[in-house]
Design a protein around this ligand. Sequence first.
Ligand code: SF4
Ligand code: SF4
Ligand code: SF4
Length: 127
Amino acid sequence: MAKTMFIDTSKCTACRGCEVACKNWNDLSADIRPFNGSYQTKEDFATQTYTFVNMTEVEKGSGVDWLFGKRQCMHCTEAACMMVCPKNAIQRSPQGAVYIEQDLCIGCGYCVQNCPFGVAKTGYSYA
Ligand code: SF4
Ligand code: SF4
Ligand code: SF4
């Protein structure tokens, strides 16, 4: 049965263990970049990055508040990306994960326009 991901961001400590675990599980290579002044290590999803932690700094009085948010495909039960794909290139594994069959994708971008979480991107697969 399909299951949608739920992330309780109030409990996230931004440890980024999920980033490492995702790389490990999906056998994705590291995407090493120089320090650019932010603790956020990845700016966006990429071919080798299915999960990253968004870190936003907000000035508060004399200090700074950090807002954390883990970003990943939510594997929606009613996945808009799957519904609009004209080639059935977006499929679901028996375990409930949504993934792309790259050979079927024609790069139309409908999934990109319809993903409510801004996860789907043309040109790479997401898990
Ligand atoms: S969601 Fe990811 S970054 Fe947040 S606490 Fe869990 S493993 Fe750490
Ligand atoms: S790509 Fe977007 S719409 Fe599709 S399952 Fe993932 S989060 Fe849901
Ligand atoms: S870009 Fe590819 S995966 Fe996305 S809707 Fe079009 S054919 Fe389907």
